[in-house]
Design a binder for this molecule. Sequence first.
Ligand code: Q46
Ligand code: ZN
Length: 319
Amino acid sequence: MTLCSICSREKAIIKIPYEGKYLCKKCFKKYFIEKAEETLKKANVLSNASEKLFVIATSGGKDSLNALYIMKMLSEKYSFDVEALLINEGISGYREFTTKALIKTANKLNIPYRTVDVEKHFGFTIDEAAKLFFEGKIEWKPCTVCGVIRRYLLNKVSREMGASYLVTGHNLDDDLQTVVMNLIRGDFQALIRGGIVVKAEHPKLIPRVRPLHYVYEKESLIHSIITGLETPYVECSYAPYSLRWNIRELLNRLESKEPGFKYKLMVRIDDLREKFSKYRVQRFTECRICGEPSAKEICKACEIRLRIAKVLGNDRRSL
Ligand code: Q46
Ligand code: ZN
């Protein structure tokens, strides 16, 4: 039996490869929260957090429930407010289960929550957009449509809620996959913008914060289980069609050959981001149609909405 490297009494349940530590259940829970707190401190998010509203983008999956739980714990120490926001994309066999998980956890933690339907705002569900893609009627994969629309609604609705920060549950694995995707796309600006905080570069943008930026997916899973954050372990059926899926497999293979690889790489990338931050270019204007921040005259969300409405022969949105 391997004993915990911190308390030296209890049985270890997890190895932290990049720190060479084995931790028991109790010490791991403490370590997990402290790590998220340190991550937020590193990005100066907690220094003037008092009285501010942190809206947590919560899918109901393990990572976002962990983010919700951590921010609730920290809100007591730093006196800020926490509310949850869930975007219901309309993905059957998936979202209805994770929505229940969010509602259960939010009620347990006494956190107000709000859910927003993609269909109500855009006139179609992601299931419908996916069907159009598989029929060859639109060129965007389901995850592309979903990602654009979700980011759009999270920013717009959290701003309407009065958020100072929009917190997401992206873990180290997610953020590293995004780095590789941005490299493949040659998107230098997106590459140097990532990190713990994505700053607001337009008055209508809410800064995005990732307390789990240095937390492995595996650590997040274990934390959600030992903390009793119940969520169904369902994956969205469209995930395997994304580029992200293949990158995830590749990075996992590298990690299994060299434990700690992902963490070391992320730290290096964040150092480089710091050095290249002077090359950031302000690239936002406002969409001519909806008035939301956009890099082009018409934002991607409006471009997708107009195209799908045309293909479907209607415009069913209510806003
Ligand atoms: S929900 Fe949406 Fe994900 Fe499903 S369609 Fe892709 S992006 S995989 S996190
Ligand atoms: Zn627009």
